[in-house]
Design a protein around this ligand. Structure first.
Ligand code: BGC
Length: 259
């Protein structure tokens, strides 16, 4: 596998990028961070990603695998949903967009999937086997299923419908803020969500990500589940780390296949 790879995490408000040592998940140098261009249109985001990747030292003379994660379902490189980014992403071949902008193969995936892979490899679930279910709590609810280190992509269980309601619209951090819910009120909603998710998937471990996981002590102890539940440890590096790791793995795999 390539020793270093570049990961980029595109969100509705910011874009983060870093150079990652893929054997350890350690970020080499600083995390770069720029605001998402207004409207979050594909071409504008691709231009920002190109600039960030160049700042991280990518060049024709010194190419590295590049991975980009998006708040979208991504299948075959195509964005099939668009959460807090322009609707112009819908159906777009995002892999082609980034490849053309960067002049190199780019691995594109869902942001929660990227975070899940990183937490499983290097973070809160690094010593766990079986099914790890990562749930990112933020503007949206993102989920990743990783079984024995292998990602099952695009599970999108943040949109579980409970009593006819998409639970992202009840339990995201954005909703907690809009409705000024107390920790206890919010935990009641999380309890409904995690109980449902637990019944459907029987994970071995829940990992809770998103910026609010830094305040995990305020809400995780309020939850009553049979599955252990722990905060993520990679913070806001998780998405870019997972994107870099999968880019390096996919490059190695592609290189090993005779074409
Ligand atoms: C989207 C997911 C995304 C999550 C976190 C949800 O609204 O549907 O694809 O992973 O937000 O960004």
């Amino acid at each position: 596998m390539q020793a270093q790879a570049i990961g980029v995490d595109v969100g509705g408000t910011g874009i983060k990028a870093g150079l990652v040592e893929v054997d350890t998940g350690v970020r080499l140098g600083e995390q770069l961070h720029v605001p998402t261009p207004t409207g979050a249109e594909p071409e504008a985001i691709a231009a920002e990603v190109r600039a960030l990747v160049a700042r991280l030292g990518f060049s024709d003379a010194y190419p590295r695998p590049v991975g980009v994660c998006l708040p979208s379902i991504v299948a075959g490189g195509r964005a099939l949903s668009a959460s807090n980014i322009s609707a112009d992403w819908l159906g777009l071949d995002a892999r082609m967009l980034f490849q053309q902008a960067l002049g190199t193969p780019v691995h594109v995936l869902n942001d929660a999937d990227a975070a899940g892979v990183a937490e499983a490899a290097f973070g809160a679930a690094r010593t766990s086997s079986g099914l790890v279910m990562l749930v990112t709590l933020g503007t949206g609810l993102g989920t990743a299923m990783v079984h024995d280190g292998v990602l099952v992509p695009n599970c999108e269980l943040g949109h579980l419908e409970i009593n006819g309601v998409d639970w992202e619209t009840r339990a995201s951090v954005a909703v907690k803020e809009w409705e000024t819910l107390t920790w206890e009120q919010w935990a009641d909603r999380l309890q409904v969500y995690f109980t449902h998710l637990e019944a459907l998937t029987t994970p071995d471990l829940f990992v809770v990500g998103g910026a609010i996981s830094a305040a995990a002590d305020s809400f995780l102890p309020l939850l009553d589940l049979r599955t252990p539940i722990v905060p993520a440890v990679l913070g806001n590096d998780a998405g870019l780390t997972g994107a870099a790791l999968l880019a390096a793995r996919s490059r190695t795999h592609a290189g090993s296949v005779a074409r």
